[in-house]
Design a protein around this ligand. Structure first.
Ligand code: FES
Length: 385
């Protein structure tokens, strides 16, 4: 992140600390509990947010070298993403053009892909290379039987795939007004350290909500992240639909006593980005990049797939370095799985079963208000409930 941005954020956070305050929304906001359970709204959200918009696939480091590939199934769409011999990223439906079997599994390095069913062979660029007993397919044009390409874009170290409806065009710049700042992180060379995937009985927005405020850190997370992060304190800035929050670590206070040219934001704060509306990035401490992606599980309003991937500035070469990053990964998982999601699962049940119709966001939760207001607009709903 650019130095002048860091210094401005440090100034703002020091002021909040001095005043015992945080970033405030202009007003409180009321939302419908049915936003997490209504099947008609869910169907509309699924079409608009998961099929008509591009989705992050990962940082470039997920498939860093020519020949690298990774598969994924995002909201029911099986995907194969490759980096071809020239280093160009492609995304395809992971569906053989013969009889529909997946042509690749997991991730790794490949020169080509052989379908496990009848061994049709595909190149890294998706073109069909070979058909066993090709004379049986006389009359078919091999050039038209490559893997079905899905739109993809690699920009500023992020790989985007979709829109998965295969009709809406990929925008030139999915980050929009956040693009300039995102590029400043130089994430293109980051190494993919590892990840973790969960399926949770929660609506996709209920999985995402806990990332949008620090009001609860000292309460729900008093044993896990409260020793590291300040509670109920942080900046908030909107970038169109996207947003950024910065939450000070408990070491942040030391910056008040340091000369300005020695102050470093990233060592002493967690920077949280909302990539509207389905993904979250957290950058903190040693500048590790956590990418959280969420999508509905099997088309069910009350179930979600939650995918965490950790990227680190360089490949860890020693056991000590690997253990350090593993500890970071374990802490992130323990915090959300054992704390956020335990409550989230109950809130989902309440959304589906009780008669109370509203929840409310305080002025100290500006990202919650921004996020849920912005979600309503593409659905054709008024900004306020
Ligand atoms: S389904 Fe792939 S070769 Fe037959």
């Amino acid at each position: 992140m650019r130095r002048d941005r860091q210094l401005e954020l440090i100034q703002r956070l020091l002021k909040y600390q001095e005043q015992g305050t945080t970033a405030y929304a202009p007003d409180t906001y009321s939302n419908e509990l049915a936003a997490y359970s209504d099947p008609a709204r869910f169907a509309q959200e699924r079409e608009i947010f998961f099929r008509q918009r591009p989705l992050p696939f990962g940082l470039s480091g997920r498939i860093a070298e020519p020949g690298d590939f990774a598969t994924d199934t995002i909201d029911g769409s099986p995907l194969l993403v490759t980096r071809d011999r020239d280093g160009v990223v492609h995304a395809f439906l992971n569906v053989c053009r013969h009889r529909g079997a997946p042509v690749a599994e997991g991730c790794g390095k490949a020169k080509m892909f052989a379908c496990p069913y009848h061994a049709w062979i595909y190149n890294l660029d998706g073109s069909l290379k070979g058909i066993p007993d090709a004379r049986s397919f006389d009359g078919l044009d091999k050039a038209e039987l490559g893997l079905t390409e899905v739109p993809s874009l690699e920009k500023d170290g992020m790989i985007w795939v979709g829109p998965l409806d295969m009709k809406t065009p990929m925008p030139d710049d999915p980050m929009g007004p956040l693009s300039e700042e995102f590029a400043e992180w130089n994430l293109g060379s980051y190494h993919h350290f590892g990840g973790y995937r969960m399926v949770q009985p929660m609506n996709w927005k209920l999985v995402i909500d806990p990332f949008w405020e620090g009001y609860y850190i000292g309460v729900l997370h008093k044993e896990t992240i409260a020793p590291y992060l300040e509670s109920n304190r942080g900046t908030f800035d909107a970038y169109g639909d996207h947003h950024r929050m910065v939450v000070p670590r408990n070491t942040f206070r030391d910056l008040a006593n340091q000369p300005e040219d020695e102050r470093d934001l990233i060592t002493h704060a967690a920077v949280v980005y909302g990539f509207f509306p389905t993904s979250i990035a957290v950058i903190q401490g040693a500048a590790n990049f956590e990418l959280w992606r969420v999508w509905p599980d099997q088309g069910r309003p009350g179930w979600s797939v939650v995918d965490l991937a950790i990227y680190v500035p360089e490949e860890p070469k020693t056991e000590k370095a690997r253990n350090f990053w593993q500890k970071n990964l374990d802490l992130a998982i323990a915090t959300v799985e054992a704390e956020d999601f335990v409550l989230g699962r109950i809130i989902q049940q309440n959304a589906e079963n009780v008669q109370q119709d509203r929840t409310v966001y305080g002025r100290n939760e500006p990202a919650m208000t921004h996020y849920h207001t912005r979600i309503r607009s593409p659905l054709g709903l008024e900004a306020t409930v």
